[in-house]
Design a protein around this ligand. Structure first.
Ligand SMILES: [Zn+2]
Length: 332
């Protein structure tokens, strides 16, 4: 099975009313841990790479590691998505590399820090949609800005999405899916107390564009036990909170279909490696502690696949390819 366009994975999630995790990946063990969880729970999966990941892996490694996952687990629908593309060139680069989905984050200027105007965002997003859809590639846009900074992306300014603008944005750009700013935040330090998210924004958009798959960024739960492991074995992370799983489940009920998870994977890996090396002072075979990291990613992601409702849906549909999607866009 080739890589699947993300639009199909999300449209199927709309049909059966569940969420799909989009997990950031940078190395082999992360990909293997996520894939083991997907296989065991029979879940479709979105693997996403940020610009930081492309740089870290010199692009070709990320592509071929994901292709290895496709070959290793042919029964799991896998989409490869560019997270926070900052301009058309970056999106073209990812598409040429074989990504089946790209995000153009037109909410920020190319520096990934300065907020844009609505009109600038529409223009920037529209040109990516025009390019990508001709090739059958899915496009995610973003309207509004999140708090926090992750991988160098973020203005630090929170601007919740205006639902009426979101509807206009979807119509003007033709995006397949849209990231909303509903009060979540990038990075590990999201909230001091349990957050109140602006869930009504999801309903307001769904009401006017029924069935549009919506996206939640900054959706790691930052589980206390992961922070504790890191700190128990020599780390010094401040006490912090992420987005509680109950809030994510509520958002899925209202129309969120793609849930971005980066921080939790990072925390799981760091905790596992710290623990292993602290408990095994004579260890020097990287397979032992990278193996522990892989296991921690697997455990963390497996729980999310069950909680998001993704589990059990890998075999629901016949995966399509970019050629099929090209025809679908042409028919529009
Ligand atoms: Zn994001």
């Amino acid at each position: 099975m080739p890589l699947v366009p993300m639009k199909q994975i999300l449209d199927e999630a709309v049909k059966s009313d569940y969420g799909v995790g989009a997990y950031n990946v940078n190395n082999m063990e992360q990909i293997q841990g996520i894939m083991q969880a997907a296989k065991e729970t029979s879940s479709p999966v979105i693997l996403q790479a940020s610009r930081g990941a492309l740089k870290y892996t010199s692009m070709y490694y990320i592509k071929h590691m994901v292709m290895a996952a496709v070959e290793n687990d042919p029964d799991i629908p896998i989409s490869l998505h560019l997270d926070h593309g900052n301009n058309l060139e970056t999106c073209i680069q990812a598409i040429k590399l074989g990504f089946t989905s790209v995000m153009i984050d037109g909410s920020l200027k190319e520096d990934a820090r300065t907020p844009t105007t609505f009109e600038e965002n529409v223009e920037k997003t529209r040109e990516v949609v025009d390019y990508a859809h001709k090739l059958g590639v899915t496009v995610e846009g973003e309207l509004g800005t999140l708090g926090g900074i992750e991988d160098g992306v973020g203005s630090g300014i929170v601007k919740l999405t205006d639902p009426d603008e979101a509807v206009k944005f979807i119509q003007l750009t033709g995006v397949d899916t849209l990231a909303l700013a509903i009060g979540t935040s990038h990075g590990a330090y999201k909230f001091k107390a349990s957050p109140t998210l602006a869930m009504d924004i999801i309903n307001a958009v769904e009401e006017k564009v029924p069935g549009i798959p919506l996206v939640m960024h900054g959706s790691s739960s930052v589980p206390a036990h992961l922070i504790e492991i890191i700190n128990k074995y020599g780390g010094k992370l401040e006490k912090t909170m992420g987005v509680p799983m109950e809030s994510i489940k509520e958002a899925i009920k209202r129309g969120i279909r793609k849930i971005n998870v980066d921080t939790d994977g990072r925390l799981a890996i760091t905790g596992a490696i710290r623990k292993y090396l602290s408990e095994n002072l004579d260890a020097f075979d990287p397979r032992t502690y990278f193996g522990a990291a892989r296991e921690a990613v697997y455990q963390t992601v497996k729980g999310k696949m069950v909680d998001f409702g993704t589990a059990g849906h890998a075999g629901d549909y016949k995966p399509c390819c970019l050629e099929d999607m090209k025809k679908e866009y042409q028919g529009k």
